[in-house]
Ligand binder design. Structure first.
Ligand code: COA
Length: 150
């Protein structure tokens, strides 16, 4: 056994399409991602889970310690929306494995796409993802320029 794994918890990874809102919210809180997600809008959180295509969970002794929630067509593209690892378990390779499991479940021929939270901007290049300088977003409620008002 390597020094890295000696004495460390060995998480169990699995697809959990039915992951419940309470556990999801708990890991968002314990990771720090809660401040960037609509955690006070329960119905919205439930819809995020219900309508996700791939939810990968990492559990230690049954407890949810990491999650990756993605939308995909299983053919071309996969948007990894939420990646969160409980602070107590960060730096153990769980985030990396959640990304790998997500990509495998969605299909390795899909392009994995995500937007990094500020604190994670250095993480994704570290694990081997490449930056894209032409990503564009339209925030909730924003309208395109040149579209006539209703
Ligand atoms: C970002 C996050 C998902 C990473 O998960 P993790 O399980 O801690 O990361 P891993 O253990 O897989 O890290 C793999 C490697 O990246 C490194 N790493 C971890 N966080 C890093 C960071 N912010 N910047 C640079 N490198 C980082 C680790 O040291 C490790 O390096 P090594 O393999 O060379 O030893 C986790 O820190 C987290 O949940 N953060 C809060 C929520 C968040 O920002 N989520 C991302 C939303 S886009």
């Amino acid at each position: 056994m390597s020094r890295r794994t000696l004495g460390q918890p060995q998480p169990v990874y699995s697809l959990e399409p039915g992951l419940g809102a309470d556990e999801f919210l708990a890991v968002l809180e314990r990771s720090g991602l809660a401040e960037r997600r609509p955690v006070h809008e329960r119905e919205r959180i439930e819809a995020m889970l219900r309508n996700a295509d791939v939810i990968v969970a990492a559990r230690v002794d049954g407890e949810l310690v990491g999650v990756a929630r993605s939308l995909t067509d299983f053919s071309y593209c996969t948007y990894l929306s939420d990646l969160a690892v409980d602070r107590r378990f960060q730096g153990l390779g769980i985030g990396r494995r959640l990304i790998e499991e997500t990509h495998a479940a969605a299909g390795l021929r899909t392009t994995l796409i995500l937007l990094a939270a500020p604190d994670a901007r250095t993480y994704y290049p570290h694990v081997g993802m490449e930056p894209h300088d032409s990503c564009w977003i339209l925030r909730p409620g924003e309208r395109l320029k040149g579209v006539p008002e209703d």
